[in-house]
Design a protein around this ligand. Structure first.
Ligand code: EPZ
Length: 417
């Protein structure tokens, strides 16, 4: 397994281009299953999860041509309704094929994704919504077995504003007969991007980005082309890196309007943040103010930025309280940060961080995607060498992260296994 070595203490300066958003690209690539024409997507990030998605779509019968950030998908030959365990276990977002398979083939057999490091992550709300759309759902031998005579529009209320749940139901509803309403829908930019692609394909989706989405079913969807929106979590990660190392980093090709909560919180720590149309510049400050954070569904502070922000708070001047309200076990990075000298106490879903003058480099273990990013950030600012193990977690969601940090002045390198 690869590891990443970092000599901490460098100030990071320069420009970094933000890649396409993993969490937009995954549902958007899957949405191509809904059409029997060719769909072309650009600005697709080069990530392990994207490769897994391509493998799955090919397994279902789609033809895929890729060239750098361009992915062309032709799902005319869609002929397999099964997403097997060995594919789904590698990437839980594979459950997003349920909606399209039911829409196109009227059947689906998809392995239950199982839990992951950050929580149980059930998909009960996906299944309840699909059942309301007229799918007959059975759980057998670790698989979801779904069939339908034809999906019909329904009025669906989501107990939790689930992101991929909203996306799955949206994709099931676009070819359903009649009108579907999704209430308490997720408002994330990635949900809006998916709705934009589907509408370009001929769907009739209204008010994506609000809590109540209305979808008028249509007969079929044609092909289109679409550029994947920038990754707001990658952007937030580099913003924190600048504040952490008292650097001066300008992010390009990013979407500032998706980062309101992160920008707000970063300013409160004392960092200077200036925003352009597709740029964000963050200039770090010698003294980092302690700031409380509570993760919330969009447009609240994103749970995917919680671990990264905690690193910044670990060397701030006072006490900060970070509450994680989305996932039940998303503090795995805390024990690793404490091995680097952080002073953090956990009580339930809250972590109390007492800023310390410095972190010390150490060998640490990555556990999930965003925790891995936080360990990289900690290594950048720690005194001495940090060795981050199991970086395959990182490769799932960050495109060539060490190259990007190295170009900003970090002493960072990957040691191939
Ligand atoms: C999406 O996951 C993202 N992944 C996650 O990013 C992100 O952390 C999460 O949304 C929250 O913003 C993708 O978009 C591929 P949820 P998702 O369904 O959709 C509970 C990353 O690092 N829930 O919004 O799986 C669930 O357990 C990843 O890029 C149910 O109880 O998250 C959680 O507590 C990590 N039943 C809460 O809702 C359901 O049927 C929010 O989960 C569905 C969800």
């Amino acid at each position: 397994m690869d590891k990443i070595l970092i000599e901490g203490g460098r100030t990071l300066n320069g420009e970094v281009k933000i890649s396409g958003a993993k969490n937009a690209a995954l549902p958007i690539l899957v949405s191509a299953l809904l059409s029997d024409e060719v769909n072309t997507f650009t600005n697709v990030p080069d990530l392990k999860d994207i490769e897994s998605t391509k493998i799955l779509l090919k397994h279902l019968g789609a033809r895929i041509d890729s060239d750098k950030d361009v992915v062309q998908i032709d799902a005319a030959g869609l002929n397999n309704h099964e997403a097997p365990y060995d594919l789904v276990r590698k990437m839980r977002a594979s459950v997003l094929v349920l909606g399209p398979l039911l829409g196109r083939l009227k059947k689906a057999r998809v392995s239950l994704p199982g839990g992951c490091a950050i929580g149980e992550r059930p998909i009960n709300l996906h299944l309840k919504g699909l059942a309301q759309l007229g799918a007959d759902i059975k759980l057998k031998h670790g698989y979801v077995e779904a069939t339908t005579k034809g999906l019909k529009g329904a009025d669906i209320y989501l107990d939790i504003a689930t992101v991929t749940g909203t996306e799955n139901l949206m994709m099931g509803a676009v070819l359903a007969d009649g009108v579907t309403i999704i209430r308490n829908a997720a408002k994330e930019p990635e949900v809006v991007a998916l709705a934009d692609v589907l509408n370009q394909m001929g769907a009739k989706i209204k008010d994506a980005g609000t809590s109540v989405i209305t979808i008028n079913g249509v007969e079929s969807l044609h092909g289109t082309s679409f550029s994947i929106i920038p990754d707001r979590i990658e952007a937030g990660t580099f913003m924190v890196a600048s504040a952490l190392t008292k650097g001066d980093i300008t992010l390009t090709d990013c979407a500032p309007m998706h980062l309101g909560a992160c920008i707000n919180k970063l300013k409160l720590t004392g960092a200077r943040v200036t925003v352009g149309e597709k740029k964000i510049r963050v200039v770090g400050k010698d003294e980092i103010e302690s700031v409380d954070v509570k993760t919330q569904p969009y447009p609240g502070f994103p749970t995917d930025m919680q671990a990264q922000f905690m690193v910044l708070m670990s060397i701030a001047t006072g006490l900060s309280l970070i509450s994680e309200t989305i996932f039940e076990n998303r503090f795995i990075h805390v024990s690793e940060l404490k091995r680097m000298g952080a002073d953090i106490k956990i009580s339930g879903n809250a972590a109390l961080i007492k800023g310390v003058p410095k972190l010390l480099g150490a060998p640490v273990m990555a556990s999930d995607l965003r925790a891995s990013a936080s360990l990289i950030l900690a290594g950048l600012v720690a005194h001495g060498q940090t060795e981050v193990n199991r970086v395959y977690h990182l490769d799932r969601g960050y495109q060539s992260i060490e190259a990007k940090f190295s170009r900003l002045g970090a002493a960072i390198k990957r040691i191939k296994a």
